[in-house]
Design a protein around this ligand. Sequence first.
Ligand SMILES: NC(=O)c1ccc[n+]([C@@H]2O[C@H](COP(=O)([O-])OP(=O)(O)OC[C@H]3O[C@@H](n4cnc5c(N)ncnc54)[C@H](O)[C@@H]3O)[C@@H](O)[C@H]2O)c1
Length: 391
Amino acid sequence: MNKVFTGLGRRLRLGVIGGGPGSFIGEVHRSAARLDDNFEIVAGTLSSVPNRSIEAGCSIGLSHDRAYGTAEEMFAGEAARADGMEVVAIMTPNDSHFGYCRRALERRLDIVCDKPLTTNLADALELVRLVREAGVVFCNTFNYSAFPMVRQARAMVRNGEIGDVRMAHVEYVQGHNAALTAGEHGVSPSNWHFSKERTGPSLILADIGSHAHHLVRFVTGLDVTAVAAQVCATVPGRHSDDYGGILFRLSNGAPGTMWITQAAAGAVHGLRFRVVGSSTSLEWFEEEPNRLHVSHLDAPASVLERGGLGLSRAAERAQRTGIGHPEGYVEAFAVLYADVAEVIVARHLGQPVDPFALDFPNVEDGAKTMKFIEACLESAHSRQWIDCSLA
Ligand SMILES: NC(=O)c1ccc[n+]([C@@H]2O[C@H](COP(=O)([O-])OP(=O)(O)OC[C@H]3O[C@@H](n4cnc5c(N)ncnc54)[C@H](O)[C@@H]3O)[C@@H](O)[C@H]2O)c1
C-alpha cells in the first residue's frame, strides 16, 4: 500500500542523534526513515565523542556543516537555518532519551525516540506533560506493533472476531546473554546495557520486557493493570537481571503470563504472543512474521498470510509487497516512520488523518511501560501483586 506522502512537495527534514558506527539500531532507523522516501536525513550527531560524531555524520553523506559534534550544537545550528531539521530521531542509550527529548520539545520538533522512553517513571510522566503542551507528534519505537500480521491480530480483536479476550501470553526468549559476557561488570561504552545508570533499574525489562508489555497491550487493546513478577539473574556471577517471569492482569480482568530472558542457551530472537478469546485464539511468532495462526473453538484452524486474502485494512496498509515475499524487521520499523510522516504531513496541510496512522506507539505508551517496569521491580522485591495502571 502507498506509504509516500507527497502533499508537501518535499521530504520531511530529519535529524538523528545516535547510531554511530557499530551501533545496533542506528542503521535500522536510518533505513526505515528512508524506505518510503518521506524523510531526508539532513543533520546528525552520531556519537557522544565529537570528532567521531562529525566523521560518522560525513560518512553517511551529511554535509560537513550538518554533521555535528554534539547534540547541543545540532539543536542550535539547525534552529538557525530556514531549512533546519523539523523531526528528530533519538537512538542513543536509554539514559539520554529524556534530556534529548526535552531539548527537542523546547524547539517544538516532532520526535521519534527509541524505547524505553526514559530510565524512570517520573521523567516519562514529565515527557507526557511536555509533549501534550507542545502538541507535537511523538513516536516511541515499539516496532513490533508495526508488523502487518500484528496489526491484523489487533484488528481481529478490536472487531470482535475472537470473542472476549480470556487470556494472553507473551514470550521474548533470547540467548545472547546465556553466558557471562566478557567485561560486563566493567561497563565499557559498548556494553552500557549492563550499567543501571545508563539502562535503568532493570536490563531485561528495559531491553525486551518493554516490547512485550507494549505488544500485549497493542494486540488486546487492553491495559496491563497489575503484575506479580520474578525478576532476577540466572547466570552465576551476573549483576544485572537476565530473566523475568511475570503474571499480569489485563484491564478486562483476563489473566496473562510473560516470560522474558536473554539467557536461554541457544535461543535466537524468540518473540511470540498468544491471545486467547472466547471463540478464537491467535498466535504470532516474530521469526515467522508473515503468518498469523488462527484457531477456532468450532471450526478448522487457519493461517492468515501477509499479502493474502481475508486481511483487515489495518494489515493491508502496513504491508508493502505481495504474498510470499517476506517482509521483516526493517520494513515494520519503516511502517512506524510512514505513520509518523502521514500524521505530520496531514497536520501541515490541515487535513484529517487516517485513524489507522495513529496506531504508532506514542509518549503515553512509553510512560505506561515505565510504570510497568517499576511495578515489576516492586513486585519482585515485595513478592506482592502490584498495581500498574496509569490513567
Ligand atoms: N526498537 C528496537 O528494536 C531496539 C533494538 C535495539 C536497541 N534499541 C534501543 O536503541 C537505543 C540504542 O541501542 P543500541 O543497541 O543501538 O546501542 P549501541 O550502543 O549499539 O549504539 C548507540 C549509539 O549511540 C551513540 N551515542 C551514545 N551516546 C550518545 C550521545 N550522547 N549522543 C550521540 N550519540 C550517542 C554511540 O556512539 C553509538 O553509536 C537504546 O535505547 C535501545 O534500547 C531499540
